[in-house]
Design a protein around this ligand. Structure first.
Ligand SMILES: Nc1nc2c(c(=O)[nH]1)N[C@H]1C(S)=C(S)[C@@H](COP(=O)(O)OP(=O)(O)OC[C@H]3O[C@@H](n4cnc5c(=O)[nH]c(N)nc54)[C@H](O)[C@@H]3O)O[C@H]1N2
Ligand SMILES: Nc1nc2c(c(=O)[nH]1)N[C@H]1C(S)=C(S)[C@@H](COP(=O)(O)OP(=O)(O)OC[C@H]3O[C@@H](n4cnc5c(=O)[nH]c(N)nc54)[C@H](O)[C@@H]3O)O[C@H]1N2
Ligand code: SF4
Ligand SMILES: [Mo]
Length: 662
């Protein structure tokens, strides 16, 4: 039996392969043998006819591609990089890359080429949580584990649809519920997760800060907060108290769209619960105030002393399989590596470790800023920015201006490929090996279980070849992912609390390593947590008489983003369609729309055509389009959070028109 780990979501379930079959690994602690349909389907994605199998090259994006080789393409990229000012070179990476891929790309970009514009699609996903954690607890550190729900009395899921997005974690929640856990879901949609909860709070999109502030206000007013904990471990109490004092509860209720009764019923449960976990995902992070939403949530835990204690804490549910590993390695342009920043001391430490003088001490461009910055070389790897960035018409206009766009992908049917000059095939899940960190700090190893195409290189190898072509042969001389991992392990010693030198690469696929288990205190210099007073400033796009609907976007259970893999696998197409638009039946009636009708949805930025699906799950005035519809971002607005630079995907004003009858 070959042991490995699922390559889809951040839960990180263990799998095993033998006799031509893939199944859950029963002895793996995270999932104990369980897999969701996506996880179980991964063998089918390996042999897909849509695999990219040859390097391709063209001068102009209007030309046809011609067949090429890794050698020719890598030499063309290296030549271009040498002629380009280093700050005009950017790497657009992915939370789906393995840690070793990330490590090499980061070392090459930041360490040797000298551009800190090495960022990742995690910018669109987790960056608000990263900033939130750093500000309040001192580091990008998830201070609890998924299994803490078995020790908790109350789990609040805010803007997280675990039933579709973190399926095996959701199964754990169902099990914990049977053992007494109460679950409250705060989501503007009545999702599958909400349907299985003890209490559903139909929060207004964007209303989360008011909701969490209301909890904090009541904890303080009713003296229910943990006074001793706050005094001994927390900064910022008076400022928070004064700030919350200045806000009126009625206004806050209005802001979060809940009735007095709904909040009181919830708060009674909250007060009675000894151990509380609040988990969140894109409903909070993807916001023009994503960081503030995170801070308002974490405030409640700091006030209540409900952190660094079994069964308690703010649990950010990471989406991608290795978004956490990417954050650890340094895959964000706002950090250098192993959670170190660009201060002189950190730059010195890392420069010595990598034996280089090329590191710049200025943060690089974030993924959501690169295209506007007139860069000249863009290397995209394991992600599809043309598909996933907001305001797609703008994305398309900007990417066309970049003189060299390189796309490294395992499949041929991405949207970004249309704008690439060079395309390099990479080995996907099942054909490569390396490590990943799941949402609760568990480091495991993906292993090779087969090989379907010859002469295709792994992502790390492609970056290594580029480094060598640029002249860094000695510094990039790795024979295997194991060698890279072991170098990275040494690097983690540069930042004490991240030290993972005890992990054994060879054992990781069956014996995962959880880092940070000894951390039971804040990681700020003063070892104190920080409260922040934040307010809902209603900065998102507003609906208007011309664009009267609020568009929400998100996931469906069996599809993975753009679907280069999942939309090609028959068993994954049964549950929900790839493209539809959910609309409340009352709104549909007013517009003369019936189920299955073709509808056009438009925003100020763009338009798409899809089928109407009538459901009470969306409130009146709102629409929902799944991101398995690749055109979704023609509609979305490109407002960004000013600290995390994460987009506000869930608050776009749109209109609906019926085109033709079903
Ligand atoms: N099946 C499947 N699973 C996946 C993925 C996938 O593509 N398919 N992708 C993975 C990735 S990368 C990610 S990031 C995660 C995402 O995991 P989730 O965040 O759970 O997924 P979304 O569907 O984006 O759900 C966000 C929820 O937030 C709600 N929401 C929108 N606006 C607001 C708001 O203002 N406040 C509140 N409280 N809620 C709001 C939406 O209605 C939606 O139900 O899923 C991961 N898992
Ligand atoms: N409107 C809206 N937009 C969103 C979101 C939303 O909720 N709403 N969510 C945002 C979030 S949270 C995320 S994470 C992003 C996700 O957006 P993307 O990262 O763009 O989505 P994917 O389809 O997962 O892209 C992964 C790419 O990697 C390729 N690939 C697969 N295996 C390999 C491999 O081994 N090596 C290489 N090199 N390539 C490989 C796939 O073929 C695919 O093209 O979307 C963001 N955009
Ligand atoms: S829950 Fe996530 S990690 Fe587990 S099998 Fe499903 S997609 Fe894979
Ligand atoms: Mo994500």
């Amino acid at each position: 039996m070959i042991k490995s780990v699922c390559g889809y979501c951040g839960v990180g379930c263990g799998v095993e392969y033998g006799s031509g079959k893939l199944s859950g690994n029963a002895s793996y602690p995270v999932n104990k043998g369980n897999l969701c349909l996506k996880g179980a389907s991964q063998l089918s994605s390996m042999g897909l006819s849509s695999r990219l199998t040859t390097p391709l090259l063209r001068k102009n994006i209007n030309d046809e591609f011609k067949l090429s080789s890794y050698k020719e393409c890598i030499s063309a990229i290296a030549q271009k990089i040498k002629q380009t000012p280093k700050e005009k070179v950017a790497f657009y990476l992915s939370g789906q890359l393995l840690t070793e891929d990330y490590y090499i790309a980061n070392k090459l970009g930041k360490g040797f080429i000298g551009t800190n514009s090495v960022d990742t699609n995690s910018r669109t996903c987790m960056s608000s949580a990263v900033v939130g954690y750093k500000k309040s607890i001192g580091a990008d550190f998830v201070p609890l584990r998924m299994d803490d729900i078995f020790k908790a009395n109350l789990l609040i899921l805010a803007g997280a649809n675990t039933a579709e997005s973190h399926v095996i974690f959701h199964n754990k929640i169902k099990k914990a519920k049977k053992e007494g856990l109460k679950v409250v879901v705060a989501d503007p949609r009545f999702t599958d997760t909400a349907k299985s909860a003890d209490m559903y709070l139909p929060i207004k999109a964007g209303g989360d800060i008011d909701f969490f502030n209301l909890i904090s206000k009541r904890l303080i007013e009713e003296e229910l907060y943990d006074k001793e904990f706050v005094q001994n471990h927390i900064n910022g109490f008076e400022a928070l108290k004064n700030g919350l004092n200045s806000l009126k509860s009625e206004e806050m209720l209005k802001g979060c769209g809940l009735t007095y009764e709904q909040f009181e019923e919830f708060f009674l449960l909250y007060k009675e619960s000894q151990n509380i976990i609040t988990a969140w995902t894109m409903g909070l992070n993807q916001s023009v105030q994503g960081v503030d939403k995170n801070l308002s949530l974490i405030n409640t835990h700091l006030l209540g002393g409900k952190i660094f204690k079994e069964g308690n804490g703010p649990l950010s549910l990471t989406g991608q399989p290795n978004a956490m590993g990417g954050r650890e390695v340094g895959g964000l342009a706002t950090m250098l590596g192993v959670h170190l920043g660009f201060d002189d001391e950190s730059v010195k430490k890392v420069s010595e470790f990598w034996n280089t003088n090329n590191i710049s001490n200025k943060a690089g461009l974030c993924a959501t800023q690169m295209l506007e910055a007139e860069i000249e070389v863009l290397i995209i790897c394991h992600t599809d920015p043309v598909y996933h960035l907001p305001n797609r018409n703008k994305t398309e206009a900007l990417i066309q201006k970049i003189p060299m766009v390189v796309e490294i992908n395992a499949y041929e049917n991405s949207e970004s490929a249309k704008f690439a000059h060079i395309r390099l095939p990479a080995t996907p899940w099942g054909e490569k090996e390396g490590t990943q960190t799941n949402l609760d700090r568990t480091i495991t190893k993906q292993c090779k279980i087969g090989k379907t195409f010859k002469n295709i290189k792994a992502d790390w190898e492609i970056f290594m070849l580029l480094a060598q072509e640029l002249g860094y042969k000695k510094e990039f001389d790795y024979k295997s992912p194991k060698e890279i991992f072991e170098e990275y392990q040494q690097m983690t010693k540069l930042n004490g609390y991240m030290d993972i030198s005890d992990a054994s690469y060879d054992e990781l696929s069956h014996k995962p390593f959880v880092w940070g288990e000894k951390i039971k205190n804040f990681l700020t210099p003063a070892k104190r947590g920080n409260l922040f007073f934040v307010q809902n400033r209603s900065l998102s796009e507003k609906t208007t008489p011309d664009y009267p609907f609020l568009l929400l976007t998100g996931r469906t259970r069996d599809q993975w983003h753009s679907g280069t893999k999942s939309a090609q696998v028959a068993s994954l197409l049964k549950y929900k369609e790839l493209s539809f638009c959910e609309i409340n039946p009352d709104d549909a009636k007013n517009l003369g729309i019936e189920a299955g009708d073709e509808v056009r949805i438009s925003s100020l930025r763009g338009t798409l055509v899809t089928k109407a699906s009538l459901t009470q799950s969306v409130a009146k005035g709102a629409l929902f389009i799944p991101i398995s519809n690749r055109d979704v971002n023609y509609l979305t607005n490109d407002l960004l959070d000013s600290e995390s630079f994460q987009p506000d995907y869930n608050h776009s004003a749109v209109k609906v028109e019926r085109l033709c009858k079903n």
